[in-house]
Ligand binder design. Structure first.
Ligand code: FES
Length: 568
């Protein structure tokens, strides 16, 4: 039987399909659409503008350009809104709402009549949520990102959100920058529409979407305000129409092999730790598991090639000008699976066989002359993190890679805020800071794993210390920071058993984080463990009940593909 398409697809249930079709067409006419257009196939455009999302400020123009492309290619564009997540406007953290947005996206794609869909997102959680939703809906889909911001200037220095936000704040805390200057900097960090200007989570996820094959080639890094971003939007609209004639579903694009390609790209970018959680969640929707051993093998084989902040020097606008993802993928070619298929229907091998017009090897280094010989991220095991943890070694201090120290423990965010700057805090630069109870269930896993250096140490010139938590950190942050410790403290993980003065050992060489306390004593301490109370109602109660630990991508257990091995 011929599949219904356009307005005839997925009719509303009235018990009379012909009536439902007639009513739908009549109501569609009320939007001023001609009969000719009502007969066309439909491309849905998931748009996410919001007065609480600066990163999506360019959305109206992008929607218009995608619509133009769809119309020019002979289909009917239908724009629909979904949840939008602006990173810095959400409490307690945008991470709590990523799954909500993914559910909204999946259900609105599935419930409404569309033959293909363009997903427009950009800020940190939006692209993961859209990819998760699209993977589950499995309607032909293309991701378009809003693109990165341009840099600002301050006293001759380029500034980009948000690595420079953090370095200036660190200087302010240390007394090297005064209140007047930090206020000036505040106005010079985020100067255009678009996502953070460095290789933070948003940019990493944009590159990952392209590496997976879910975005048009060459579109990940185009600056938000560049005319080429609008051209990319128009071409995305056209490509979505082409997908209707030759359906390629997300499940054909996101495969074990394309996920491995995406991991390679993540390592070569020196990309965000958050991308591990998000990619795990996207892959998990299709039953693909990211194993920590495989992640480490890929990391050890894949050099960091992109010299951008927070790991290196440049900004996203430099990456784009240097050749962007096309140039990076060509450097990585020997390590990639070339038979993966993207949303245009081409294999990666076919894409990379085309000549490249330009690469700036200052920004995208040759494979033989990398920024670092090994990948940016590693997974850790060990007695403190039996379910795993993540360290961004590319943004860490090599002198701290092999470190044993005394734990200075904070029991949660309130405790941290109360005591971190206390002049009487018993802490030295040789200690290891531990923050408990910021994991997925306890706190929604906020980006609070980037614990500040205690003020008295910062003022004494200490720039980095080993810091450990069950939370996340921003992709724009840096330091020797162990994140995503699993199981989290709030479900009885060993992190919750750490006490002031315990010894902890980090070994990057062995990829371990260990609590040097007799296991019997750890078990005894955990016997007294009582899970903290959670929210009683609403979405947050659902979140608390259903969220998986970091190794499950913090997805909801009922959203991962049935039978996935980490579904509890
Ligand atoms: Fe949106 Fe950084 S705040 S990408």
């Amino acid at each position: 039987m011929k599949r219904a398409r356009g307005l005839d697809a997925g009719l509303t249930h009235y018990g009379d399909p012909d009536f439902a079709r007639y009513l739908r067409r009549s109501f569609a006419r009320s939007m001023g659409l001609s009969t000719q257009l009502l007969d066309q196939p439909i491309v849905g455009i998931a748009m996410t503008p919001s007065g609480f999302n600066n990163c999506h400020r360019g959305m109206p123009e992008l929607v218009e350009a995608v619509s133009r492309g769809v119309l020019a290619a002979g289909a009917l564009p239908r724009v629909f809104p979904t949840v939008s997540l602006g990173e810095v406007f959400l409490n307690p953290t945008s991470m709590v709402y990523r799954n909500l947005m993914s559910m909204d996206t999946e259900e609105m794609i599935s419930a409404q009549p569309m033959d293909a869909v363009v997903l427009i997102g950009g800020c940190d959680k939006t692209v993961p949520a859209q990819l998760m939703g699209a993977a589950s809906a499995d309607v032909p889909a293309i991701q378009l990102v809003t693109g990165p911001m341009m840099t600002g200037r301050h006293k001759g220095q380029r500034l980009g959100a948000c690595t420079d936000c953090r370095s200036f704040w660190q200087k302010f805390r240390a007394g090297a920058v005064d209140a007047a200057e930090i206020q000036q900097v505040e106005g010079r960090l985020s100067v255009t529409a678009g996502t953070c200007a460095v290789m933070g989570t948003a940019s990493t996820m944009a590159c990952i979407a392209e590496a997976l094959g879910m975005s048009l080639p060459g579109t990940a890094a185009i600056p938000a305000v560049h005319a080429d971003r609008l051209v990319a939007a128009e071409m995305t609209g056209r490509a979505a129409v082409a997908l209707i004639g030759r359906p390629i579903r997300p499940s054909q694009v996101i495969t074990t092999r394309s996920v491995e390609n995406a991991l390679r790209v993540l390592m070569a970018l020196g990309g965000s730790t958050n991308a591990v959680v998000h990619l795990t969640a996207v892959a998990g929707r299709l039953g693909i598991r990211i194993d920590n051993g495989r992640l480490n093998a890929i990391s050890d084989e894949t050099p960091v090639l992109v010299d951008l902040k927070p790991v290196g020097e440049g900004y996203m606008e430099d990456f784009h000008a240097a050749g962007g993802m096309g140039a990076l993928l060509r450097e990585l070619q020997p390590l990639l699976h070339l038979d993966t298929v993207d949303v245009t229907g081409r294999t990666l091998g076919e894409r990379l066989a085309e000549p490249l017009d330009w690469v700036d090897h200052q920004v995208i280094r040759p494979f033989a002359d990398p920024v670092s010989k090994v990948g940016g991220l590693i997974a850790l095991g060990g007695s403190l993190a039996p379910g795993g943890a993540i360290l961004k070694r590319a943004a860490a201090t090599p002198a701290l890679f092999e470190k044993q120290g005394r734990a200075v423990v904070f029991s949660g965010l309130d405790d941290l805020a109360r005591r971190i700057d206390d002049p009487g805090l018993d802490v030295t630069a040789e200690d290891i800071l531990v923050l408990q109870n910021i994991g997925p269930q306890a706190a929604g896993m906020p980006e609070a794993g980037y614990l500040p250096i205690p003020r008295k140490l910062a003022q004494a010139g200490v720039k980095d210390m080993v810091r450990i938590s069950d939370g996340r950190m921003s992709g724009t942050a840096f330091g020797t920071i162990v994140l995503h410790v699993s199981p989290e403290s709030a479900v009885g993980g060993p992190l919750g058993a750490v006490r002031n003065g315990d010894l902890i050992r980090l070994s990057v060489a062995d990829k371990r984080i260990d609590l040097l306390v007799d296991p019997a004593e750890v078990a005894r301490r955990l016997q007294d463990f009582v899970p903290p109370p959670g929210p009683a109602r609403g979405y947050k109660a659902l979140y608390r009940k259903a969220v998986l630990q970091a190794e499950g991508g913090c997805d909801f257990d009922f959203l991962t593909q049935a039978g996935a091995p980490w579904t509890r």
